[in-house]
Design a protein around this ligand. Structure first.
Ligand code: PEP
Ligand code: MG
Length: 600
């Protein structure tokens, strides 16, 4: 039966494919595709874990048998017996084998996927006693997952080849008649960490949906950088959709349609082809300089997460990198069995690759910004801190661990010997933080001098993403060469709305007059003082705001490479002379959003 689930649109376009459910477990589990030659090893890992847990349970049973009824109640022995049965259940082992062999999931992913399949069967049982066995199954699987820790294979660099649902496909082709091996896949999850998303970035998914998350949560940001249709905040999607269901993701409307009828499929197939046509039309603009009708030159830069992303940035016509979120080099390393933090050499090589990838164009590297919804590993930070968005995040984290910060600064300074680097500091608010940061940059240089290491000159910039910073611009401009406005956080902290919380997503308003006032004042003050200013939050890539930002005097925008051409089209049609007075009237409006969406 066809039904729809509503969420928040994150990345545009239509995807049609079979659902791959990534279920959350209490244990942090890596999700990645293995190579076909790794299938046997992964099956062995599951078998090994099952045998180890069986031994563990047998030993427990034996010791329970030796205890008297006061030490070990009769129920305990019965429970261990149930756990043994569940562990040996063929539904579990056959299912896991299927996900590994046919889908090439890694062992942990296969195990949690099969757990979900069986758990749903338990949920549907009439008998309360049997329904409650679900918790036992979860415990058994968790024991297995614990056993499998540290035995994971190295991540497969290349995922299996699959078709993406694509507009070039035969117009009358009904994708739901594809066999499951060849069909496009869409990812459905309760929640995904940004590190998980980064793994999926290298893979084959045609679209994705999560139950939680806001439009500028970091998971959504990475999804947007993948340039595939996506919906977040879809609340119960991962409970309603089943493995292998056919799903349409409408990334423009924020709707997920499950088990679509042929008529609906045809309609969305048409929409999908229209979208693809529009995109291919935009590619004509790739080599056109971004200059407005009245001759104002506009710099369109790329936001990247990894050095390899420079390829897409250059292809999209970016004239530099305006934001390299360096924290992605630090995240999800546990799942890849790497050292907890990358050392100076590893970082230097990564930054150097980014610089070389941009072929002489400038690269803005932001120092590490972990914390809040970007924990280093899994979900740890969110669970450990009372209020992570207001806690030890970004520069606060770096200043709390100067040795780690100095390592990163040395690596960036060394990479600057290979090309133009701008060093960007996130989340500054206090003059004392600015002083400490600059002192550490000097210290990093001194350490390199002492070693006789080669390094380059960098421009120094600060992010304006806390209202306190936007209200003390003069302090910032005294010490920095340029500013970059991080609207994602500036909105979050100005409006007191957690950017990752879908429950308050309706209040996350980039067009709130208070936000626009802070953005406008920052641009104006930088221009007055002749300092560089850019916007690198999601607002920069949203065409709804291009004319307004141009009218406010912004000439440097940094966004996902996939957004550059659409923004360039707006720039080419703009006349900043006319936009400037209009932008001032938008600033004065009580509800500016209405003016932004009004026809030109
Ligand atoms: C921002 O806050 O706008 C920004 C660009 O940084 P991030 O999204 O990584 O927090
Ligand atoms: Mg930020």
């Amino acid at each position: 039966m066809t039904f729809a689930v509503h969420g928040l649109p994150v990345a545009r376009g239509i995807a049609i494919g079979r659902a791959v459910l990534v279920v959350s477990s209490r244990i942090d589990v890596a999700h990645y595709f293995i190579k076909p030659e790794q299938v046997e090893t992964e099956i062995q890992r599951v078998r090994g874990a099952r045998n180890a847990v069986a031994d563990e349970l047998t030993k427990l049973q034996a010791s329970v048998a030796l205890m008297g009824p006061s030490e070990a109640p009769h129920e305990l022995a019965a429970l261990l017996e149930v756990h043994q049965m569940l562990l040996q259940d063929e539904a579990l082992s056959d299912g896991v084998k299927h996900w590994i062999t046919d889908r090439l999931y890694n062992a942990e992913w296969a195990l949690t996927t099969q757990l979900e399949v069986i758990a749903r069967q338990f949920d549907e049982m009439e008998d309360e006693y049997l329904r409650e066995r679900k918790a036992d199954l979860e415990q058994v699987v968790e024991r297995m997952l614990h056993r499998m820790k540290g035995t994971a294979a190295v991540l497969a660099p290349t995922p299996p080849k699959r078709k993406r649902a694509h507009a070039d496909d035969d117009e009358h082709h009904d994708p739901t008649t594809d066999d499951s091996v060849d069909a496009p896949l869409v990812l459905i999850a309760h929640d995904l960490s940004p590190a998980d998303m980064l793994q999926f970035k290298k893979s084959v998914f045609a679209g994705f949906v999560t139950d939680v998350g806001g439009r500028t949560s970091h998971t959504a940001i990475v999804a947007r950088s993948m340039d595939i249709p996506a919906v977040v905040g879809a609340r119960t999607a991962s409970q309603l959709v089943r493995q292998d269901d056919w799903v349409i993701i409408d990334g423009d409307a924020g709707v997920v349609i499950v088990d679509p009828s042929p008529i609906i499929l045809a309609e969305y197939g048409f929409k999908q082809r229209q979208g693809e046509l529009e995109r291919s039309r935009l590619t004509r603009l790739r080599h056109k300089p971004a200059v407005t009708l009245d001759g104002e030159r506009v710099e369109l830069l790329a936001n990247i997460e990894m050095p390899e992303d420079t390829l897409g940035a250059v292809k999209a016509g970016a004239v530099g990198v305006g934001l390299f979120r360096s924290e992605f080099l630090f995240m999800g390393r546990e799942a890849q069995q790497l050292a907890r933090l990358p050392d100076e050499e590893e970082q230097y090589l990564a930054y150097r690759r980014a610089v070389e990838g941009m072929q002489g164009m400038p690269v803005t590297i932001r120092t590490i910004d972990v914390g809040a919804d970007k924990p280093l590993d899994g979900k740890a930070a969110r669970q450990e801190h009372l209020n992570p968005a207001l806690g030890l995040r970004a520069i606060r984290w770096s200043l709390a661990d100067p040795a780690m910060f100095l390592t990163q600064l040395r690596a960036i300074l060394r990479a600057a010997a290979h090309g133009e680097i701008h060093l960007l500091i996130p989340m500054l608010a206090h003059a004392s933080e600015i002083r400490q940061t600059l002192a550490l940059v000097d210290e990093a240089r001194a350490q390199l001098d002492q070693r006789g290491a080669v390094y380059g000159v960098v421009k120094l910039g600060a992010m304006i993403e806390i209202p306190a910073a936007a209200l003390t611009l003069r302090t910032f401009l005294k010490h920095f060469d340029f500013l970059s406005i991080g609207t994602n956080d500036l909105i979050q902290y100005t409006l007191a709305i957690d950017r990752a919380d879908e429950a308050v997503a309706h209040l996350y308003d980039p067009a709130h007059p208070a936000v626009l006032r802070l953005v406008a004042d920052t641009i104006a003050e930088c221009r007055r003082q002749g300092k560089g200013v850019s916007v690198c939050g999601e607002m920069a890539g949203d065409v709804t705001f291009t004319r307004l930002l141009l009218g406010l005097g912004l000439r440097s925008f940094s966004m996902h490479p996939s957004q550059i051409l659409a923004v360039k089209q707006e720039v080419l049609r703009a006349d900043t002379g006319k936009l400037a007075p209009w932008a001032q009237s938008v600033l004065e409006a009580e509800e500016p959003a209405a003016l932004l969406s009004a026809p030109r």
